[in-house]
Design a protein around this ligand. Structure first.
Ligand SMILES: [Zn+2]
Length: 612
């Protein structure tokens, strides 16, 4: 067995709620006795990721991922079992024995924990500087001038980096944290002369960046006065990957479902939160990445882009639209008056005005059309032609034919141009560029889905179904279990994953343990394929008719015999080939015995079938 007692592991599992933990990663909706959401392990548009809270198992009917809470964390975070256990134990407040018991926990995991620990200390130090020190006065004034109230300072745990070269270094030394560790956390920089280090963040307002599990993964720092760079982020570390982080996300997740407002900067983000727009995230100053879009997709159907209204903001918006639309998100764009960012807007015009802007945010196509018309005089022939050229390429990019038609109608009325003419232009563009690509992509994913469905159906047919149903009965129906165990052994399951599950059940019964989904799933912690199979079996909808138990037992047995006969026939063949006559003969007698057995079985089941 592993490093921890079974009782301890069970205690952690019992205290953790799979729905609550997974909610950090996936936006879940109740559906009957289950919860469903978009699978975090494969890309999909309709939810096939399912959690059963009663059984504490998850299963994705799209990609076949499944298991218990440990399986989920191991797969999602790429952790080993001890790593997932340790993390979960901390989360639910179970104390695991320290030191020496780390055993198989990897170096990488230890490093991550160490950095998170240091970051937490650093965040506290920065926060203390802001609130309690004389040096922090300038930063306090800066925030006050920007209308940030103390409640927001606390909520985002804002801080201040002292205006000196070694403020953090000295503080950390007093806590016993050395330079090596600080370097790994990205908080200090080696001096050019090679002698020692200096603080990365100096004289800046500090925004701690948290990941969805609440750990401080990095920092952003904003300069107080003029100077470059205006914003400074932590470098990439073992816990911080900039392209995968979104500032403000941990707060947003708890809201669930609402449209997400995407802004550029930390100040925009906290200012919007302060004014009640708590579904706001910031893309950490960099332009939006594919990974960030994928994360957003997990929490909402729609994103409203609210970048600055300057030229840089516009091109960032256009890039953002492309990335978000590609991930299948609905996208709208907030148009602020020239030169304003959301923070400024809300400070000067108030939150009601901002709410109004939000509700009238343009669909991204309208936004692009609006942009295409800027600076053109549509009353002139020249202006019209230029505009149509741009508009056509925008409309050609819309995938839905119906939607395209709506825009053609609108445009044709506004510009008094026949629809037919617009259609011709649009079709030309489509044929030239978009169609072959989109067509191919669609076909491939369609094909993949069909294949998946086919494998699924195949898996459910015949003996597969019999083995699955028998296992489910063994878990859910005590009286059926007794009968099954009298007639079958774990050996009789041909499929290796199901054989493993059966072995565990037999073992549990022998040891007088209660046979529960949770219990079995724990025993399968070293065989994640079997754990997924278990989740799949138990999450199949509907009940199995108890009266089927005899027929199912025979079916499983018959299949086992068929399989064994086939195997032994091959062995006989091999033995004859290399001239081992003696061995061939002894195999032959086994072969005959199995043959007799299967014939007997067939006679039995047809007799039983006749009387029923
Ligand atoms: Zn999946």
């Amino acid at each position: 067995m592993g490093l921890y007692s079974e009782e301890l592991i069970r205690e952690v599992q019992n205290r953790a709620d799979i729905v609550e933990i997974v909610s950090d990663y996936v936006s879940l909706k109740r559906s009957g006795e289950n919860y469903v959401g978009l699978c975090p392990f494969h890309s999909e548009k309709t939810p096939s990721f399912t959690i059963n809270p009663k059984k504490q198992l998850f299963y994705c009917f799209g990609c076949g991922a499944g298991g218990n809470i440990f399986s989920f964390l191991m797969k999602k975070e790429n952790w080993t079992f001890p790593e997932a256990l340790r993390w979960l134990a901390e989360r639910v407040g179970v104390r695991l024995p320290e030191e020496g018991t780390w055993g198989k926990v990897s170096e990488a995991f230890k490093l991550k924990r160490e950095i998170l620990e240091i970051n937490k200390l650093a965040a506290e130090f920065f926060h203390h500087n802001l609130i309690n020190t004389a040096e922090g006065k300038r930063a306090r004034e800066y925030l006050a001038n920007r209308g940030i109230i103390s409640e927001t300072v606390e909520k985002f745990f804002l801080g201040y980096a002292l205006p000196c070269w070694d403020g953090l270094i000295r503080f950390m030394r007093s806590k016993g944290v050395g330079d090596d560790a600080l370097l790994k956390a990205g908080l200090i920089i080696p001096r050019r002369d090679g002698k020692g280090y200096y603080d990365r963040f100096r004289d800046r307002v500090i925004f701690p960046i948290k990941d969805i599990t609440g750990g401080t993964v990095g920092f952003g720092g904003r300069i107080l006065d003029k100077g470059e760079p205006k914003y400074l982020n932590s470098p990439e570390t073992a816990v911080f990957t900039k392209r995968e982080q979104l500032y403000g996300l941990p707060v947003v997740i708890k809201k669930g479902g609402a449209s997400i407002i995407l802004v550029e900067g930390y100040m925009d983000c906290i200012s919007l939160h302060q004014n009640g727009f708590t579904q706001t995230v910031a893309s950490l100053g960099t332009s939006l990445t594919e990974q960030q879009a994928k994360i957003l997709k997990r929490y909402s159907e729609e994103v409203i882009i609210a970048y600055d209204a300057d030229t840089a903001g516009q091109s960032a918006t256009l890039r953002g639209i492309e990335i978000l639309v590609k991930e299948g998100l609905k996208v709208r764009v907030l148009s602020l008056p020239e030169g304003k960012d959301p923070d400024e807007f809300i400070r000067t015009r108030g939150k009601d005005a901002f709410a109004e802007q939000l509700s009238s945010a343009l669909d991204f196509v309208d936004y692009k059309l609006d942009l295409a018309g800027r600076g053109l005089d549509l009353r002139t022939r020249d202006g019209k032609i230029k505009f149509i050229k741009k508009a056509v390429s925008v409309i050609a990019g819309i995938e839905s034919r119906v939607e395209r038609e709506l825009y053609v109608q609108k445009l044709s009325e506004e510009l008094s141009i026949p629809r037919q003419a617009l259609h011709e232009e649009i079709n030309k563009t489509i044929n030239k560029t978009t169609l072959p690509n989109i067509g191919l992509k669609y076909k491939n994913s369609q094909l993949r889905d069909n294949n998946k469905e086919l494998t699924r159906l195949k898996a459910l047919s015949g003996f597969h179904k019999a083995e699955r149903d028998i296992l489910r009965m063994m878990i859910e129906d005590d009286s059926a279990r007794d009968k099954i165990m009298k007639n079958l052994t774990a050996h009789n399951f041909v499929n290796a994953k199901r054989r493993k599950i059966a072995e565990m059940i037999f073992e549990m019964v022998k040891r007088n343990e209660a046979v529960t989904p949770r219990g079995i799933s724990l025993k399968l912690k070293d065989d994640q394929a079997a754990a997924a199979e278990l989740a799949n079996i138990l999450m199949e909808p509907g009940n199995i008719d108890n009266g089927m138990v005899d027929a199912l037992i025979n079916r499983v047995k018959e299949n086992y015999l068929k399989f064994a006969i086939k195997k032994i026939r091959n062995e006989i063949h091999q033995a004859e080939k290399i001239g081992e006559v003696k061995k061939a003969f002894s195999l032959l007698s086994t072969y005959h015995r199995l043959k007799l057995e299967i014939e007997q079985l067939k006679r039995d089941s047809s007799r039983k079938g006749g009387t029923r």
